[in-house]
Ligand binder design. Structure first.
Ligand code: B1M
Length: 237
């Protein structure tokens, strides 16, 4: 402890500690958030539980006050950086499962949109489930998506959008894929807070993924279908 006013996070029970971590995330206290993550891991929490209950829930609270004009961009950026620091500790633990590679995904946030926490989380969880993930970052125009598909030849294209103003750009990407005769070569999964199933269907995506866990399950499902199809074709050839 550096001074007498510092709170000893270790003295808190799990519930108090998680509540304190929500406060620390809200206040953009990166070191404290990281310390909390480490303490919960030491107490035997799974990385996924720390991620969802301490970090994602904390960011949900930040989102509400951002929406209501109580927090502004600089504060939210600090909260986001604290969340990223916590995710950085969890990443190797979520990713190193030793699972055999079951498919490949290119993922990126669409043009005009710089939100990347959710996308990063999806990437981590997908890697942990045995997918090879090529993350092309934020603010991607259609050309960047197409170049990444050409270069990496994935099974899945994942797109993320957090703004109602940027989500329509997903349609631009899908329509361009159609125009170039590429659409059916890939499974297209989309996600982000303002999306829903009806939107995904309307733009011609294969599925909407509500969160990272759903993204993993959906991706696995599509890979299994692809393998079954390939098996059937081989059997009838
Ligand atoms: Co922004 N922002 N933001 N922001 N921001 C939102 C999205 C907003 C809802 C806040 C609010 O008003 N309540 C609002 C959008 C409103 C709207 O469109 N109707 C908003 C706004 C308005 C803005 C600016 C315009 C603010 C301004 O400048 N005036 C600006 C836009 C910048 C831009 O992109 N051009 C802006 C900026 C920022 C920061 C830079 C400060 C920061 C981003 C930092 C960063 O990402 N590096 C930020 C943040 C942090 C948020 C909130 C608070 C949190 C987003 C987040 O990280 N959530 C957000 C409020 C909210 O969403 N409730 C908000 C945690 C994350 C784990 O969840 O991203 O939903 P999420 O991801 C989930 C699922 O959605 C899904 O799985 C993830 C994990 O479970 N998923 C996928 C996501 N992508 C997927 C892709 C897939 C599958 C699933 O592919 C297969």
């Amino acid at each position: 402890m550096s001074n007498e006013d510092d709170l000893d996070l270790r003295s808190l029970d799990d519930e108090e500690l998680v509540a304190q971590m929500h406060d620390d995330l809200y206040d953009g206290l990166k070191d404290e958030v990281c310390e909390g993550v480490n303490i919960l891991l030491e107490r035997g929490w799974t990385p996924y539980r720390v991620l969802t209950e301490a970090l994602v829930e904390g960011m949900r609270i930040v989102g509400i006050d951002f929406r209501d004009g109580i927090l502004f961009v600089p504060e939210v950026l600090m909260a986001a950086n604290s969340m990223k620091a916590g995710m950085h500790i969890l990443r190797p633990l979520l990713v190193e499962t030793g699972a055999p590679k079951i498919g490949k995904m290119v993922i990126g946030t669409v043009k005009g949109d710089i939100h990347d926490i959710g996308k990063n989380l999806v990437s981590m969880m997908m890697e942990g489930a045995g997918f090879e993930v090529v993350d092309i970052g934020i603010n991607n125009p259609v050309e960047t998506y197409l170049a990444a598909l050409e270069e990496h030849k994935p099974d899945i294209l994942g797109m993320s959008a957090l703004l109602t103003t940027t989500m329509p750009y997903m349609k631009v990407v899908i329509e361009t894929m159609k125009d170039q005769g590429l659409r059916d070569d890939y499974v297209v999964l989309v996600g982000g807070a303002p999306l829903n199933e009806a939107f995904a269907e309307a733009i011609g995506a294969d599925a909407y993924c509500r969160d990272a866990a759903v993204a993993v399950e959906t991706a696995k499902d599509f890979m299994a279908r692809r393998h079954n199809l390939a098996g059937q074709k081989a059997a009838t050839a």
